[in-house]
Design a protein around this ligand. Structure first.
Ligand SMILES: Cc1ncc(COP(=O)(O)O)c(C=O)c1O
Length: 393
C-alpha cells in the first residue's frame, strides 16, 4: 500500500492544535461590511481591510456590473499577450495622476506587485536594506531577487545607516519600508529614510498598501502625508484594501514601469484582472477624489475607538493608523481573547507567531468609515467585559 508522503504535515498540524494555535477559517456568509454574518453569527466586524466600506458601495457595484455587461467577465490572457484591455490602461493612467507619478503598472494583487517588482529590478550582485517588520511579499521578493538582504531593527534609521556605511559605494542598493506596518499600525519613518537613501544613493521603495485611501490628501498615501513626492522611486499600493476590490500597483517613472512591463514575472506570466475589477477601481478613485469626507469619517471612528481601548487600559502598541492591535502576550491568550469576543458578537482576528513575535500575540482591530458609533460602543463594551475576564485590564 502507498504510504502518504505528506503525513508530516498532519504531524505539524497536530503540534499547532496542541499549542492552541490551529485556526479554522472564519466564513463570511454575507457582504463584507461593518456588521456581517461570519460562521452563522452576526458580529461587529473589526477584521477587514475595507477601510472606507467600498466593497459594497453602490457606485462601485454599478461600475462593475456595467463593465461585465460591456466587456464580459474575464480578460482571457496575460497583459503581454492579449490581456491588456483599454480599461486596464485607463486605470493605470488614473492611478498615475492620483499618485502624481509619471506612470503606473497594475498587478493582480499587492503581493504580486511587491514580490514581482523587487525580484525584477535587483540581482545577486545588489543589496536590499529592509525593515525587520516589512510585509511578507517584500521578503519573498527580496529572496527571489537573490540579492543580499540586510535587515535593520524596526524603524531604526541609525541601524540602517550603519548597514549602508559598511557597503561599497558602487554597489546597487534598495532601501525598503512599509508605509504603514500591517500588524502594528505604525508608520515607516519616511522623511529620515528618504534622506538616508539620497545620502547613500539608494533606490527608495515604500509599500503603501495600508496607507492608500487612508493617509494623505484624498488618500494618496504616506508619501503625500509626509510630503515626500519626488523622493520615493518606487511606490506600491493596493486596490484590495481601502479601494475595496482587488489588485496592487507600482507607481514611479515611465522607465521603471516600462521595465516592469518587460520583466516583472507576475505581469508576464499571470492573467490580468477581469475588466470589472478595473472598472470598480476607477469608480473608487472617483470617490476618493470627489468625496474625501469618507476618509474623515474613517479617522473620526479611528480616534473614537482607539481612545476607547486606551481608556480601558489595553496595550495598543504604537499604532498611528486605523489598525489598532490589542496586545495580549502569548498566542493562546490572544486566540482566547479573539474567540471570546466572537462569542460576544465582535470579530477581531487573533494573530500569533510567526506573523508576529511569540510574546506579542494580539487581536488586530480595524475600524471602517461605515461603522456607526453604536457598533463601536458595543465593541468597546465587549472588549471591556472579555478583557477583565482574561485579566488583560
Ligand atoms: C503591507 C502589505 N503589503 C502588501 C500586501 C498585499 O496586498 P494584497 O492583499 O493586495 O495582495 C498586504 C496585504 O496583506 C500588506 O499588508
Amino acid at each position: 500500500m502507498r504510504t502518504d508522503p505528506l503525513s508530516f504535515l498532519s504531524a505539524e498540524l497536530d503540534t499547532l492544535r496542541q499549542q492552541g494555535l490551529y485556526r479554522s477559517l472564519r466564513v463570511l456568509e454575507d457582504r463584507q461590511q461593518a456588521t456581517s454574518v461570519f460562521d452563522g453569527r452576526k458580529v461587529v466586524n473589526l477584521s477587514s481591510n475595507n477601510y472606507l466600506g467600498l466593497t459594497t458601495h453602490p457606485k462601485l457595484i454599478a461600475a462593475a456590473s456595467k463593465a461585465i455587461e460591456q466587456y464580459g467577465v474575464g480578460s482571457g490572457s496575460v497583459r503581454t499577450i492579449a490581456g491588456t484591455m483599454a480599461i486596464h490602461m485607463e486605470l493605470e493612467r488614473r492611478l498615475a495622476a492620483f499618485k502624481k507619478t509619471e506612470a503606473v503598472v497594475v498587478f493582480q494583487s499587492g503581493f504580486a506587485a511587491n514580490a514581482g517588482t523587487v525580484s525584477a529590478i535587483l540581482t545577486k550582485d545588489d543589496v536590499i536594506v529592509s525593515d525587520a517588520l516589512n510585509h511578507a511579499s517584500i521578503i519573498d521578493g527580496c529572496r527571489l531577487s537573490k540579492a543580499a538582504i540586510r535587515v535593520f531593527p524596526h524603524k531604526d534609521v541609525d541601524a540602517a545607516r550603519k548597514i549602508l556605511q559598511e557597503l561599497p559605494a558602487g554597489q546597487r542598493k534598495l532601501l525598503i519600508t512599509d508605509g504603514v506596518f500591517s500588524m502594528d499600525g505604525d508608520l515607516g519613518p519616511l522623511p529620515a529614510l528618504c534622506a538616508l537613501a539620497e545620502e547613500f544613493g539608494c533606490i527608495m521603495m515604500v509599500d503603501d498598501a495600508h496607507a492608500s485611501g487612508v493617509f494623505g490628501a484624498n488618500g494618496r498615501g504616506t508619501i503625500d502625508h509626509f510630503a515626500m513626492h519626488g523622493r520615493v522611486d518606487i511606490q506600491v499600493g493596493t486596490l484590495s484594501k481601502a479601494v475595496g476590490a482587488l489588485g496592487g500597483y507600482v507607481a514611479g517613472s515611465r522607465a521603471l514601469i516600462d521595465f516592469l512591463y518587460h520583466r516583472a514575472r507576475p505581469f508576464l506570466f499571470s492573467t490580468s484582472h477581469p475588466p470589472s475589477v478595473a472598472a470598480t477601481c476607477i469608480a473608487a478613485l472617483d470617490i476618493l477624489e470627489q468625496e474625501p469626507g469618507i476618509i474623515d469619517r474613517l479617522w473620526d471612528n479611528t480616534r473614537f475607538f482607539k481612545a476607547g481601548l486606551q481608556r480601558l487600559g489595553f496595550n495598543t502598541g504604537m499604532s498611528e493608523s486605523p489598525i489598532t492591535p490589542v496586545i495580549a502576550g502569548e498566542g493562546t491568550r490572544a486566540m482566547r481573547l479573539s474567540d471570546r469576543l466572537f462569542e460576544e458578537g465582535v470579530f477581531a482576528q487573533g494573530i500569533a507567531f510567526p506573523t508576529v513575535a511569540r510574546d506579542k500575540a494580539r487581536v488586530r482591530t480595524i475600524v471602517t468609515a461605515t461603522h456607526t458609533r453604536d457598533e463601536l460602543q458595543f465593541a468597546l463594551e465587549k472588549f471591556e467585559k472579555v478583557g477583565r475576564e482574561l485579566g488583560l485590564i
